[in-house]
Design a protein around this ligand. Structure first.
Ligand code: FES
Ligand SMILES: [Fe+2]
Length: 407
C-alpha cells in the first residue's frame, strides 16, 4: 500500500473509514479531524485536489487578452492568463531561472511575463524569450549552452468549460470530458454558453471547505433559510415523505434536482430563460461538481461558487452570477438581477448580515467548525431520506485520497 493510504488511514482511523463505507442508514460521517487537522488538509491537497479536476477560477477572471492573475491551488502558486490569441492557459508561477514568483498581482495588457528578479522574459504562451545578461552580454545566451526551448514556464493541464477553468495538477486524471459528463447528462443540453457574467462576489469564512459540499441537502432549508423556504411543504412532499428536490449522487457530482416544473424559488420577473434544445424538458438543479465547484441552474440564471480552501479552518468562496445574453448587463433588467442576487447574498449584499441563502449557510458552517473542535463531534449520522449526497461526497473524498477509484 502507498504511504499515503497509511497516512490518511492513520489520521482518520480504520474504524472511521469502515463506518463511512457502510450503507447510509448505518454509516457515520467523516470524523472531526477531517475538518480541523492541518495535516489532513495538506494530504487533501496532495492526494485529492492534485489528482482530480479541481475548479480554479471563472474564465471571466481574465476577461481580455493580456490579462493574468496569480492564484494558489492545492498549496501551489499558479498563473491564470488569457494569452494574446485569446486562449486561457495556466502555468506554475515559478521562474525557471532560480524559482522566483513570476506574477504577484493581477495584470492587464501584458505582452509578456517579465520575472521581477533578473528579468527573464516569457511569452504569454509560456515560451522563454530572453535571459538578458545571463552570460554577461545584453543578448544573454550567446556564451552559454542555455537551451531556451527547454526552459519555458511549466504548464498545468487545464480545461475551460463554459465559464469555468479546471485544472488537473498531477496530469494523470481521466480526460476532463469524463469528469464533467455526469453534469452534462444532468442538465440535458441547457445552453450555458448563452449566459454571461453579471456579478462576482468573494468572501472568506472560518470553516473547512467541505462544509459547502456537506450542505448539499434541503433538510436544513426551513430552519436556516426561513425567509426563502417558509414551510416544510416547500421542500418535502408531505404525502410521500420524499424531498421535492431529489438528492442524486452521480459519480463526480451530487445534485438536488427539482421534481416537477418549479424553480427552487420564483423567477425574478421577466428575465429571459436559459435555452434548452427543442423538445427537451427544462431542468432545475443545483449541483456540486467534485471537488470544489457548485452550479445552480435556475430557469433564468446560473449561480456558481468555487471553494478555495485556504487552511483547514479557512475558505474563500468565489461566487459568480450569470444571466442570458444582454440581461446580464442591460440596465433594463437591473431590478430583476438585484432581486436574484439578494436571495443569495441578502438585501444589504453584506455576508455578515446573514440575509441571503449563501450567507445563512456560511453562518451555520462557521458554527459547525467550532462544534467540530469538540471530542464528541466524531460520530455524525445521515438521514437516508435527505442526505445521500453528503454521504456520497464524503465517501468520494476518502476513496480518492486512498487512491481507490471505486466508491
Ligand atoms: S529568478 Fe527569474 S530571472 Fe532570476
Ligand atoms: Fe442552505
Amino acid at each position: 500500500m502507498a504511504l499515503s493510504e497509511r497516512t490518511v488511514t492513520d489520521i482518520l482511523g480504520r474504524d472511521a473509514i469502515a463506518a463511512l463505507r457502510k450503507p447510509i442508514a448505518e454509516a457515520c460521517g467523516l470524523p472531526a479531524v477531517a475538518y480541523t487537522s492541518e495535516a489532513f488538509f495538506r494530504l487533501e491537497q496532495k492526494e485529492m485536489f492534485a489528482r482530480t479536476w479541481m475548479c480554479l477560477a471563472f474564465a471571466s477572471d481574465v476577461p481580455e487578452p493580456g490579462d493574468a492573475i496569480p492564484l494558489m491551488a492545492a498549496g501551489l502558486p499558479l498563473i491564470l492568463v488569457r494569452d494574446r490569441g485569446n486562449q486561457i492557459r495556466v502555468f506554475h508561477n515559478v521562474c525557471r531561472h532560480r524559482a522566483a514568483l513570476m506574477v504577484t498581482e493581477p495584470c492587464t495588457k501584458l505582452k509578456q511575463f517579465a520575472c521581477p528578479y533578473h528579468a527573464w522574459a516569457y511569452d504569454l504562451d509560456g515560451r522563454l524569450k530572453s535571459t538578458p545578461y545571463f552570460d554577461g552580454t545584453k543578448q544573454g545566451n550567446s556564451r552559454t549552452n542555455l537551451d531556451l526551448s527547454q526552459l519555458g514556464l511549466i504548464p498545468v493541464r487545464a480545461a475551460v468549460w463554459h465559464h469555468w477553468v479546471f485544472i488537473n495538477l498531477d496530469g494523470k486524471a481521466a480526460p476532463f470530458a469524463e469528469h464533467v459528463r455526469p453534469l452534462e447528462d444532468l442538465i440535458q443540453g441547457a445552453d450555458l454558453g448563452a449566459t454571461r457574467i453579471a456579478h462576482r462576489e468573494d468572501w472568506e469564512w472560518r470553516g473547512n471547505w467541505k462544509m459547502q459540499n456537506d450542505n448539499w441537502e434541503t433538510y436544513h432549508h426551513v430552519w436556516v433559510h426561513k425567509n426563502v423556504f417558509t414551510k416544510m411543504s416547500d421542500d418535502l412532499d408531505l404525502a410521500t415523505g420524499e424531498p421535492i428536490a431529489e438528492p442524486i449522487p452521480l459519480g463526480t457530482i451530487v445534485t438536488l434536482k427539482r421534481r416537477g416544473d418549479q424553480d427552487f424559488y420564483p423567477a425574478a420577473g421577466d428575465l429571459p430563460l436559459i435555452p434548452f434544445p427543442e423538445g427537451r424538458k427544462r431542468v432545475r438543479c443545483t449541483s456540486v461538481v467534485f471537488p470544489n465547484m457548485t452550479l445552480t441552474l435556475q430557469s433564468d440564471h446560473l449561480a456558481s461558487v468555487i471553494a478555495d480552501p485556504v487552511a483547514a479552518d479557512r475558505t474563500v468562496s468565489k461566487m459568480g452570477f450569470f444571466f442570458v445574453g444582454d440581461a446580464a448587463t442591460d440596465p433594463k433588467f437591473a431590478a430583476q438581477r438585484a432581486k436574484t442576487l439578494s436571495r443569495w447574498l441578502g438585501e444589504t449584499g453584506k455576508m455578515r448580515d446573514y440575509g441571503g441563502i449563501r450567507s445563512q449557510d456560511m453562518k451555520i458552517w462557521e458554527q459547525q467548525q467550532i462544534a467540530r473542535q469538540s471530542p464528541v463531534a466524531d460520530k455524525v449520522v445521515f438521514s437516508p431520506v435527505w442526505e445521500k449526497n453528503v454521504h456520497h461526497f464524503q465517501r468520494m473524498l476518502v476513496e480518492t485520497m486512498l487512491g481507490d477509484a471505486a466508491v
